[in-house]
Design a protein around this ligand. Structure first.
Ligand code: 6GU
Length: 269
Protein backbone atom coordinates (compact mmCIF):
# COMPACT_ATOMS: atom_id res chain seq x y z
CA UNK A 1 0.00 0.00 0.00
CA UNK A 2 1.15 3.52 -0.78
CA UNK A 3 0.38 6.39 1.63
CA UNK A 4 1.06 10.06 0.94
CA UNK A 5 0.65 12.80 3.55
CA UNK A 6 0.68 16.49 2.60
CA UNK A 7 1.20 18.74 5.64
CA UNK A 8 2.80 21.97 6.83
CA UNK A 9 4.34 19.95 9.71
CA UNK A 10 6.21 17.01 8.14
CA UNK A 11 8.05 16.45 11.47
CA UNK A 12 4.68 15.76 13.13
CA UNK A 13 4.55 12.54 11.08
CA UNK A 14 7.90 11.25 12.43
CA UNK A 15 6.11 8.59 14.51
CA UNK A 16 5.37 6.83 11.20
CA UNK A 17 9.05 5.73 11.36
CA UNK A 18 8.48 3.87 14.65
CA UNK A 19 6.97 0.59 15.81
CA UNK A 20 4.39 -1.25 13.71
CA UNK A 21 4.13 1.29 10.88
CA UNK A 22 7.90 1.89 10.84
CA UNK A 23 8.56 -1.86 10.58
CA UNK A 24 5.96 -2.28 7.83
CA UNK A 25 7.77 0.48 5.92
CA UNK A 26 11.17 -1.11 6.50
CA UNK A 27 9.80 -4.45 5.22
CA UNK A 28 8.43 -2.77 2.08
CA UNK A 29 4.78 -3.49 2.97
CA UNK A 30 4.03 0.22 3.21
CA UNK A 31 5.38 3.01 1.00
CA UNK A 32 4.90 6.20 3.05
CA UNK A 33 5.74 9.59 1.54
CA UNK A 34 5.40 12.77 3.61
CA UNK A 35 5.36 16.07 1.69
CA UNK A 36 5.73 19.66 2.90
CA UNK A 37 2.78 21.70 1.57
CA UNK A 38 4.98 24.82 1.67
CA UNK A 39 7.13 23.42 -1.12
CA UNK A 40 4.17 24.24 -3.42
CA UNK A 41 4.08 27.92 -2.40
CA UNK A 42 5.83 30.59 -4.47
CA UNK A 43 5.88 33.72 -2.27
CA UNK A 44 8.70 34.83 0.02
CA UNK A 45 6.75 33.83 3.19
CA UNK A 46 5.50 30.45 1.89
CA UNK A 47 1.95 31.52 2.66
CA UNK A 48 -0.59 28.71 3.01
CA UNK A 49 -3.48 30.56 4.71
CA UNK A 50 -5.63 33.68 4.33
CA UNK A 51 -8.63 35.35 5.98
CA UNK A 52 -12.07 33.75 5.52
CA UNK A 53 -14.58 35.24 3.08
CA UNK A 54 -17.65 36.34 5.04
CA UNK A 55 -15.53 37.12 8.07
CA UNK A 56 -15.17 35.17 11.28
CA UNK A 57 -12.31 33.95 13.43
CA UNK A 58 -9.19 32.16 12.28
CA UNK A 59 -7.66 31.55 8.90
CA UNK A 60 -8.47 29.29 5.95
CA UNK A 61 -5.93 27.27 3.94
CA UNK A 62 -5.55 28.73 0.44
CA UNK A 63 -6.54 26.49 -2.48
CA UNK A 64 -3.53 27.04 -4.77
CA UNK A 65 -0.82 25.22 -2.74
CA UNK A 66 -3.18 22.29 -2.11
CA UNK A 67 -4.07 22.12 -5.80
CA UNK A 68 -0.44 22.07 -6.91
CA UNK A 69 0.53 19.60 -4.20
CA UNK A 70 -2.29 17.15 -4.90
CA UNK A 71 -1.79 17.38 -8.67
CA UNK A 72 1.91 16.56 -8.22
CA UNK A 73 1.24 13.67 -5.83
CA UNK A 74 -1.51 12.20 -8.03
CA UNK A 75 0.68 12.57 -11.15
CA UNK A 76 3.50 10.67 -9.44
CA UNK A 77 1.54 7.41 -9.21
CA UNK A 78 -0.56 4.99 -11.19
CA UNK A 79 -4.34 5.43 -11.17
CA UNK A 80 -6.32 7.51 -8.67
CA UNK A 81 -5.79 7.46 -4.90
CA UNK A 82 -8.51 7.69 -2.29
CA UNK A 83 -8.09 11.13 -0.69
CA UNK A 84 -8.69 11.18 3.08
CA UNK A 85 -9.40 14.68 4.43
CA UNK A 86 -9.23 14.78 8.25
CA UNK A 87 -11.78 17.24 9.65
CA UNK A 88 -13.89 17.40 12.81
CA UNK A 89 -16.91 17.84 10.49
CA UNK A 90 -16.25 14.58 8.65
CA UNK A 91 -17.88 11.16 8.91
CA UNK A 92 -16.74 9.11 11.92
CA UNK A 93 -13.61 7.02 11.45
CA UNK A 94 -14.67 3.51 12.48
CA UNK A 95 -13.12 0.05 12.34
CA UNK A 96 -15.37 -0.61 9.34
CA UNK A 97 -13.87 2.36 7.48
CA UNK A 98 -10.34 1.28 8.54
CA UNK A 99 -11.02 -2.14 6.96
CA UNK A 100 -12.38 -0.54 3.77
CA UNK A 101 -9.39 1.81 3.44
CA UNK A 102 -6.92 -1.02 4.19
CA UNK A 103 -8.12 -2.67 0.97
CA UNK A 104 -7.19 0.34 -1.22
CA UNK A 105 -3.82 0.42 -2.97
CA UNK A 106 -3.20 4.15 -2.45
CA UNK A 107 -4.33 6.71 0.13
CA UNK A 108 -3.49 10.43 0.21
CA UNK A 109 -4.04 12.26 3.53
CA UNK A 110 -4.48 16.05 3.66
CA UNK A 111 -4.24 17.16 7.31
CA UNK A 112 -5.12 20.86 7.65
CA UNK A 113 -4.38 23.47 10.30
CA UNK A 114 -6.39 26.65 10.98
CA UNK A 115 -10.11 26.51 10.17
CA UNK A 116 -9.65 24.03 7.32
CA UNK A 117 -9.10 24.02 3.56
CA UNK A 118 -10.93 26.20 1.02
CA UNK A 119 -14.02 24.14 0.09
CA UNK A 120 -13.28 24.31 -3.65
CA UNK A 121 -10.28 21.99 -3.22
CA UNK A 122 -12.46 19.16 -1.87
CA UNK A 123 -15.08 19.77 -4.59
CA UNK A 124 -12.48 19.81 -7.38
CA UNK A 125 -10.76 16.54 -6.41
CA UNK A 126 -14.11 14.85 -5.70
CA UNK A 127 -14.73 15.13 -9.47
CA UNK A 128 -11.87 12.73 -10.20
CA UNK A 129 -11.08 10.91 -6.96
CA UNK A 130 -12.90 9.18 -4.13
CA UNK A 131 -12.64 11.88 -1.39
CA UNK A 132 -13.50 11.00 2.23
CA UNK A 133 -13.85 13.68 4.90
CA UNK A 134 -13.25 11.87 8.17
CA UNK A 135 -13.32 12.76 11.89
CA UNK A 136 -11.68 10.64 14.60
CA UNK A 137 -14.10 11.62 17.37
CA UNK A 138 -16.26 14.23 19.04
CA UNK A 139 -13.59 16.67 20.20
CA UNK A 140 -11.63 19.36 18.41
CA UNK A 141 -7.90 19.13 17.67
CA UNK A 142 -5.69 21.94 16.40
CA UNK A 143 -4.92 20.08 13.18
CA UNK A 144 -5.33 16.87 11.23
CA UNK A 145 -1.81 15.46 11.74
CA UNK A 146 -2.61 13.51 14.93
CA UNK A 147 -5.75 12.07 13.28
CA UNK A 148 -3.56 10.92 10.35
CA UNK A 149 -1.30 9.06 12.81
CA UNK A 150 -4.38 7.45 14.35
CA UNK A 151 -5.88 6.44 11.02
CA UNK A 152 -2.62 5.15 9.52
CA UNK A 153 -1.99 2.93 12.55
CA UNK A 154 -5.54 1.55 12.46
CA UNK A 155 -5.22 0.85 8.72
CA UNK A 156 -1.63 -0.46 8.66
CA UNK A 157 -2.21 -3.11 11.33
CA UNK A 158 -4.90 -4.62 9.09
CA UNK A 159 -2.56 -5.11 6.12
CA UNK A 160 -1.65 -8.73 5.41
CA UNK A 161 1.54 -9.67 7.23
CA UNK A 162 1.88 -6.45 9.25
CA UNK A 163 0.62 -7.86 12.58
CA UNK A 164 2.53 -11.06 13.35
CA UNK A 165 -0.57 -13.14 13.98
CA UNK A 166 -3.57 -13.07 11.61
CA UNK A 167 -5.74 -14.30 14.52
CA UNK A 168 -4.95 -11.08 16.38
CA UNK A 169 -7.66 -9.14 14.52
CA UNK A 170 -10.47 -11.55 15.10
CA UNK A 171 -11.36 -10.59 18.67
CA UNK A 172 -10.57 -6.87 18.32
CA UNK A 173 -13.17 -4.74 20.03
CA UNK A 174 -15.26 -3.45 17.07
CA UNK A 175 -13.99 -6.13 14.66
CA UNK A 176 -16.86 -7.36 12.50
CA UNK A 177 -17.54 -11.00 13.51
CA UNK A 178 -17.17 -13.23 16.57
CA UNK A 179 -17.00 -10.84 19.56
CA UNK A 180 -18.89 -8.33 17.44
CA UNK A 181 -19.90 -5.13 19.19
CA UNK A 182 -18.57 -6.05 22.63
CA UNK A 183 -15.55 -4.48 24.27
CA UNK A 184 -12.74 -6.86 25.19
CA UNK A 185 -12.42 -7.84 28.84
CA UNK A 186 -9.33 -7.82 31.10
CA UNK A 187 -6.10 -9.70 30.35
CA UNK A 188 -3.41 -11.08 32.68
CA UNK A 189 0.13 -12.44 32.47
CA UNK A 190 2.84 -13.64 34.87
CA UNK A 191 3.61 -13.41 37.75
CA UNK A 192 0.65 -15.37 39.19
CA UNK A 193 0.58 -13.05 42.22
CA UNK A 194 1.41 -9.34 42.16
CA UNK A 195 0.95 -6.98 45.13
CA UNK A 196 -1.33 -9.55 46.71
CA UNK A 197 -3.51 -9.82 43.61
CA UNK A 198 -3.99 -13.20 41.94
CA UNK A 199 -5.33 -14.34 38.58
CA UNK A 200 -9.00 -15.37 38.14
CA UNK A 201 -9.00 -19.15 38.83
CA UNK A 202 -10.80 -19.98 35.58
CA UNK A 203 -7.83 -18.71 33.52
CA UNK A 204 -5.58 -21.25 35.28
CA UNK A 205 -8.09 -24.11 34.87
CA UNK A 206 -7.08 -25.10 31.34
CA UNK A 207 -10.80 -25.50 30.56
CA UNK A 208 -11.10 -23.72 27.19
CA UNK A 209 -14.91 -23.69 27.14
CA UNK A 210 -15.14 -22.12 30.59
CA UNK A 211 -12.41 -19.61 29.72
CA UNK A 212 -14.24 -18.52 26.56
CA UNK A 213 -17.48 -18.13 28.57
CA UNK A 214 -15.73 -16.13 31.31
CA UNK A 215 -14.15 -13.84 28.72
CA UNK A 216 -17.51 -13.21 27.11
CA UNK A 217 -19.13 -12.48 30.49
CA UNK A 218 -16.35 -10.01 31.26
CA UNK A 219 -16.89 -8.43 27.83
CA UNK A 220 -20.57 -7.95 28.71
CA UNK A 221 -19.59 -6.37 32.07
CA UNK A 222 -17.14 -3.96 30.50
CA UNK A 223 -19.47 -3.06 27.65
CA UNK A 224 -22.33 -2.44 30.10
CA UNK A 225 -20.12 -0.15 32.15
CA UNK A 226 -18.29 1.73 29.36
CA UNK A 227 -20.45 1.48 26.22
CA UNK A 228 -24.06 0.54 27.03
CA UNK A 229 -25.04 2.03 23.65
CA UNK A 230 -23.32 -0.94 21.96
CA UNK A 231 -25.63 -3.40 23.73
CA UNK A 232 -28.71 -1.29 22.96
CA UNK A 233 -27.73 -1.29 19.27
CA UNK A 234 -26.67 -4.95 19.07
CA UNK A 235 -28.62 -7.47 16.99
CA UNK A 236 -30.15 -9.71 19.69
CA UNK A 237 -29.78 -12.72 17.35
CA UNK A 238 -26.07 -12.53 18.31
CA UNK A 239 -26.92 -13.42 21.97
CA UNK A 240 -27.20 -17.07 23.05
CA UNK A 241 -28.83 -18.43 26.22
CA UNK A 242 -25.74 -17.87 28.38
CA UNK A 243 -25.34 -14.34 27.00
CA UNK A 244 -28.94 -13.59 27.96
CA UNK A 245 -28.36 -14.92 31.50
CA UNK A 246 -25.38 -12.58 31.87
CA UNK A 247 -27.30 -9.64 30.40
CA UNK A 248 -30.09 -10.26 32.90
CA UNK A 249 -27.59 -10.29 35.81
CA UNK A 250 -26.26 -6.95 34.53
CA UNK A 251 -29.75 -5.42 34.53
CA UNK A 252 -30.69 -5.81 30.85
CA UNK A 253 -34.02 -7.09 29.54
CA UNK A 254 -35.31 -7.72 26.00
CA UNK A 255 -37.89 -5.22 24.77
CA UNK A 256 -40.82 -5.88 22.41
CA UNK A 257 -38.49 -5.74 19.39
CA UNK A 258 -36.06 -8.22 21.04
CA UNK A 259 -33.37 -5.56 21.55
CA UNK A 260 -32.00 -5.11 25.05
CA UNK A 261 -32.52 -2.08 27.26
CA UNK A 262 -31.31 -1.37 30.78
CA UNK A 263 -33.94 -2.16 33.43
CA UNK A 264 -31.71 -1.54 36.46
CA UNK A 265 -28.81 0.90 36.72
CA UNK A 266 -27.55 -0.21 40.16
CA UNK A 267 -26.71 -3.88 39.64
CA UNK A 268 -23.25 -5.28 40.30
CA UNK A 269 -21.15 -4.80 37.18
CL1 6GU B 1 -9.86 14.68 11.73
N1 6GU B 1 -9.31 17.03 12.81
C1 6GU B 1 -9.37 17.93 13.81
N2 6GU B 1 -8.77 19.09 13.67
N3 6GU B 1 -10.04 17.72 14.93
C2 6GU B 1 -10.65 16.54 15.05
C3 6GU B 1 -10.61 15.56 14.06
C4 6GU B 1 -9.93 15.84 12.92
N4 6GU B 1 -11.31 14.50 14.47
C5 6GU B 1 -11.77 14.82 15.68
N5 6GU B 1 -11.37 16.04 16.03
Amino acid sequence: MRLDVVTIFPEYLEPLNVSLVGKARARGQLDVRVHDLRSWTHDKHNTVDDTPYGGGPGMVMKPEPWGEALDAVIESGEGRPVIVVPTPSGRPFTQELAVELSEKPWLVFTPARYEGIDRRVIEDYAERCDVREVSIGDYVLAGGEAPVLVMVEAIARLLPGVLGNAESHRDDSFAPGAMADLLEGPVYTKPPEWRGRGIPDVLLSGHHGKIARWRRDEAFRRTTRNRPDLIERADPAAFDKKDREMLSILGWAPGDDGRFWRVAQDVEE
